[in-house]
Design a protein around this ligand. Structure first.
Ligand SMILES: CC(C)(COP(=O)(O)OP(=O)(O)OC[C@H]1O[C@@H](n2cnc3c(N)ncnc32)[C@H](O)[C@@H]1OP(=O)(O)O)[C@@H](O)C(=O)NCCC(=O)NCCS
Length: 177
């Protein structure tokens, strides 16, 4: 799994050793306005990150990729996640602490992940599932030219009634390093 660059940002493969620093980042309640909740403890997060170091779902059918978003000064802004499915498809997800929002960090980091998925994981179609009310995530995805998957049955997984699935075809670059 590669370390990625997004301008001055570095996306490092997530490790159990990131748990303490990421616990502070992910304890920001603003992140969870629409869904999910903060991690319970550093120990809980370390256990979760230890499992994620396998980079695979328990049944081995999916590749699970997670990167921490490292700032030029050395701190962490949040993380990026990709779930790679069979058939050249992947879901992306992301969380940043609110003090880093609206600085282009989210869109630059997701773009770097999409390029990596196309170049090294043979992904042709990227998807994101989000709460329909999550206008921040929607704005990010629209900027990156994700569009609503219509009909929703074309998405790999069904979404909940209050969710949307957005998708984007990725450009396959020949001879990608
Ligand atoms: C979604 C999230 C990652 C966006 O990250 P970000 O770094 O603020 O995004 P960017 O700065 O790259 O912004 C991307 C685009 O979205 C727009 N945008 C971001 N927040 C916005 C807001 N509050 N209102 C309107 N537009 C917004 C930006 O203006 C930008 O478009 P532009 O370049 O045309 O101006 C961040 O808000 C976040 O972590 N939210 C909490 C977790 C979450 O909701 N994750 C997604 C679950 S599906």
């Amino acid at each position: 799994m590669n370390t990625l660059r997004a301008g001055a940002l570095q996306l490092e493969p997530l490790l159990a050793s990131h748990a303490a620093a990421m616990f502070a980042v992910l304890s920001d309640p603003a992140i969870y306005e629409f869904e999910n909740e903060p991690p319970r403890s550093i120990a809980w997060l370390r256990e979760r990150y230890t499992q994620l170091e396998s980079r695979a779902s328990p049944d081995g059918s999916q590749t699970w990729l997670n990167w921490v978003v490292k700032l030029p000064g050395g701190g962490f802004a949040g993380y990026m996640q990709a779930t790679v499915l069979a058939g050249g498809r992947a879901y992306v997800a992301y969380e940043l602490a609110s003090r880093f929002w609206r600085q282009g960090i989210g869109s630059a980091s997701v773009q770097a992940v999409l390029q990596e998925l196309a170049a090294h994981y043979s992904v042709r179609d990227a998807f994101a599932v989000l709460k329909a009310a999550n206008y921040r995530s929607r704005a990010l995805l629209h900027k990156l030219e994700f569009r609503e998957v219509v009909p929703p049955a074309r998405a790999p997984w069904p979404a909940e009634p209050d969710e949307l699935t957005l998708g984007k075809a990725l450009v396959q670059r020949k001879n990608a390093a």
